[in-house]
Design a protein around this ligand. Structure first.
Ligand code: SAM
Length: 430
């Protein structure tokens, strides 16, 4: 797509090109120190984020913001580039992972001692499986769950606010998948009826993970410079962030593709007792998130007309209404009757608010980079890049452009529709 409404008054705002890495993929992070501590499928490439920040920092001192910080990929990359950075995520479990990973610059020997103490303590205490929800009983053998329960109690005996305490919690969170015999679908959803071939023993996995964390902390010891400032928060308001503070935003909002960030972390949330069943996910998690999945937007919760009449959506209102009307009609003929019509409308309203919040907290000039993809629920194409661009311009950014990084949905087999999709980087400048 060519640059959209590029303003000649702002020649310095030409978007740069970073084509080397697949920005949208977490896969490369599994070999990268610190990034690899927690497999977060929704994450993007730490190497790409670091390249982008380093290259921007050659031109001017950067103040980086990631309002959808996820597992803290951008913030760790910014720290490693010596840049100031801030981040938010509104998913309580994911935010805790990010907060724990950001303790990577604390003392490796304190962490080593804490992890060893946790493991020794866990091996001495009596497990109690009575309080675990049925999902957890299905996901672990009794033997595995006994060890995990003892590890959990031992982790809880450490000061959870201290850096070693945060890292000890992360060590346990990181082994919950490898120690479960239950299969996992794409994007981390659980498949309790499928079994994995290889399952790790919790005490052994904890020790191995602790070694990885300690090795990375020692290897990366030379990182100095500003520490990232991260908190639980909502990108739609960016509440608590000061006005006109940032000049570089590197982020990836949820895509309007029905990925359920709450369900994707159900195993961990249930193990730690934050939810007991599926019904708790809405109240405890989804209600804090951008509305990007149909589970979030039943007809009982959304007044579609009111959403579509919101002034924030004015720049795309006509096209959006016609897409939502079509989706509302198609669903009536489909078995699942998914509420994509509500999801698409609410998603763009939420993103319109994000752009407004970003305009408030960003300096002028600034550069905003969204890693984003389009979608086609029920085969109806949603021009995500185009509409997000319109909303960015309406919020006060001066120009937008899009760099495609990959095509999606090109293998027709087993696909629900044949609409070609893509993923890439949407830049908003101004
Ligand atoms: C695509 S992921 C970002 C992943 C991140 N780039 C990484 O590498 O880990 C989108 C993130 O947005 C978060 N999120 C969803 N709604 C949010 C909101 N309203 N405010 C802040 N974060 C939100 C989700 O919890 C998720 O972690």
């Amino acid at each position: 797509m060519p640059p959209m409404r590029q303003s000649s008054l702002f020649p310095e705002l030409t978007p740069p090109r970073y084509a080397e890495h697949t920005a949208g993929s977490f896969v490369g992070n599994m070999d990268a120190p610190v990034h690899r501590w927690f497999r977060y499928s929704a994450g993007f490439s730490g190497a790409w984020a670091a390249d982008l920040i380093a290259s921007e920092a050659e031109e001017r001192p950067v103040r980086v913001l990631d309002p959808f910080a996820g597992s803290a990929t951008t913030l760790i990359a910014a720290e490693q580039c010596g840049a100031e950075s801030w981040g938010l995520d509104s998913h309580p479990f994911v935010a805790r992972v990010a907060h724990a990973k950001l303790a990577y610059r604390s003392s490796p020997s304190d962490y080593r001692r804490t992890a060893a103490r946790v493991l020794a303590h866990a091996k001495r205490i009596e497990p109690d499986l009575a309080s675990y929800a049925p999902l957890i009983r299905r996901c672990y053998s009794d033997d595995a769950l006994r060890q995990l329960d003892c590890l959990r109690r031992a982790v809880e005996s450490v000061d959870g606010d201290s850096a070693p305490g945060r890292l000890a919690w992360l060590t346990l969170a990181a082994i919950l998948r490898p120690t479960s015999h239950v299969g996992t679908a794409n994007w981390q959803y659980l498949l309790p009826d499928r079994r994995k071939a290889r399952v790790a023993v919790p005490f052994v996995a904890f020790q191995a993970m602790a070694q990885v964390i300690q090795d990375d902390m020692e290897a990366i010891g030379g990182v100095t410079g500003p520490r990232a400032d991260f908190g639980l928060g909502d990108a739609r308001t960016c509440a608590g962030l000061p006005d006109r503070r940032f000049n570089l935003v590197v982020t990836s909002p949820p895509y309007p593709n029905n990925y359920d960030y709450a369900d994707a972390t159900r195993l961990e949330l249930t193990f730690f007792g934050e939810v007991r069943g599926w019904g708790d996910l809405q109240q405890h998690i989804r209600q804090h998130l951008l509305r990007s999945c149909t589970q979030h937007v039943p007809n009982s919760a959304v007044d579609l007309d009111e959403v579509l009449s919101s002034p924030e959506l004015a720049p795309i209102a006509t096209q959006l209404r016609s897409t939502c009307t079509r989706l509302g009609e198609i669903r009536l003929a489909r078995g699942g009757k998914k509420t994509y019509h509500n999801m698409v409308a609410c998603y763009f309203l939420d993103l319109a608010q994000v752009w407004r919040a970003l305009r408030r907290v960003c300096q002028s000039p600034c550069r905003v980079c969204f890693v984003i993809g389009d979608s086609a629920p029920y085969g109806v194409y949603v021009p995500v890049v185009e509409w997000l661009s319109e909303l960015a311009l309406a919020a006060g950014f001066r120009s937008t452009s899009f760099e495609k990084t990959r095509d999606r949905n090109t293998k027709w087999k087993n696909r629900k529709h044949r609409v070609p999709l893509c993923e890439g980087r949407l830049w908003a400048l101004g």
